[in-house]
Design a protein around this ligand. Structure first.
Ligand SMILES: [Zn+2]
Length: 391
């Protein structure tokens, strides 16, 4: 394993920040080899990925020592040092950058158009060899990124993460939701690979969108190759797969779960040719909830739904949220999901599911403000448009 430190500019207060990347496998340091990259907790207050990353680190060290890694696997064990340092009133606040108010997982640059122009301006021609084309286009993408201004810590964080991921064939951005079942976000062009990932993780839900709005990290990566292909032609390979993995809810921080999730990620890397032989993880399977036991992984059926069909349950007034149904259940439109209780007026209203679908995520805080989205149900029909992600 090689450890590399990527310093960001010192902040106004003089506090240095740096991103640490851990590089495993024979490809470490060599140019042109295959790379998989996994980054933990871009939203720095989403803790489950930090523990999954720790379990992955042990497993990758052992696999490397046993000579079982085929390509380079890069792990960013805590990829957002800015967010991880943000304490407000005694609580970690890692979703938004305190200095600018911006979401850490938005506004990643769209590089395809500029890189294609650069490639053509440099006299680039697509060859019959897809791998050669991928290498040449990655150079153009890196040049395009390097030419963009990166003033300030937040932009430097975004650029550093993009730079590390641009050369990767597989990019997995590990997050969690408030309270949720394990689910995956990806783009329709990569559906077969995304289904494979969901199967390896035992995730019951895969949400697909070409453009969910405001440039989240995974789409800034996964959109590149389809866009380059549309612009330059069929000689462009679909060279980069990127997905966001939501590792359940924010308080589901548990060794057995994290070990199982790390194993699921390694099984995916194995199917993608990065790992040769994989032993089962060393943990007590009986400690896992039934939905996460390794034996049940094969039994989990992954449902693929459009992100635009994922409907939000809104609180009509402010009040106490009392859930009436456990997460992970299939519901019908109109089926009661929660009661909302106003302690002052005494009003109590039952909140019905907005659609038929999987009740897969809900708010952790039990006080809802008027108009707030408090739950998500993944329906079949794409009924939303515009920006599809929450703030
Ligand atoms: Zn997140």
């Amino acid at each position: 394993m090689q450890t590399r430190i990527h310093p960001l500019e010192a902040s106004a207060a003089g506090t240095p920040h740096a991103i640490t990347s851990l590089h495993f496998g024979p490809g470490s340091g060599s140019a042109g080899g295959r790379r998989a990259l996994l980054q933990c907790s871009l939203h720095a207050d989403e803790i489950p990925p930090l523990l999954v990353g720790w379990h992955l680190r042990q497993r990758l060290l052992a696999l490397e020592a046993a000579g079982q890694l085929e390509g380079e696997v890069v792990l960013l064990p805590a990829c957002n040092p800015i967010g991880l340092a943000q304490q407000v009133w005694g609580r970690l606040q890692g979703r938004f950058d305190l200095a600018s108010g911006q979401n850490f997982n938005r506004h990643y640059p769209a590089l395809a158009e500029g890189a294609a122009s650069r490639f053509e301006a440099d006299g680039g021609r697509l060859s019959p060899d897809l791998q050669t084309n991928a290498l040449a286009l990655r150079k153009a993408l890196q040049a395009e990124l390097a030419a963009l201004p990166a003033a300030g810590l937040l932009q430097q964080l975004r650029h550093t993460l993009m730079r590390l991921a641009l050369d990767a064939d597989i990019v997995l951005d590990l997050h969690c939701d408030n309270e949720a079942v394990l689910h995956v976000y990806a783009t329709p062009e990569h559906q077969p690979t995304a289904v494979q990932l969901a199967h390896c993780l035992g995730a019951p839900l895969l949400l697909l969108a070409t453009e969910s709005g405001d440039g989240p990290f995974d789409e800034a990566q996964s959109g590149i190759w389809p866009q380059l292909r549309a612009r330059l032609g069929a000689g462009v390979p679909l060279a980069g797969f990127a997905a966001t993995v939501e590792l359940r809810g924010e308080i589901e921080v548990d060794h057995a779960l994290a070990a199982a999730d790390a194993h699921g990620l390694l099984r995916f890397l194995q199917q993608q040719g990065f790992v040769r032989e994989l032993d089962p993880p060393e943990h007590n399977d009986s400690a896992l909830p039934a939905s996460a036991s390794l034996a049940s992984f094969a039994a989990v059926e992954c449902t693929v739904r459009p992100l635009a069909g994922c409907l939000h349950l809104l609180a009509p007034f402010s009040g106490v949220l009392v859930w009436r149904l456990a997460l992970g259940q299939w519901v019908r439109a109109g089926q009661p999901l929660a009661d909302l209780v106003c302690p002052v007026s005494g009003r109590c209203e039952t909140l019905p599911s907005p659609t038929d679908g999987l009740f897969f995520a809900r708010e952790l805080q039990r006080w809802a403000r008027a108009g707030q989205s408090v739950a998500k149900v993944a329906g079949q029909e794409a009924r939303r448009s515009g920006k599809l992600l929450s703030a």
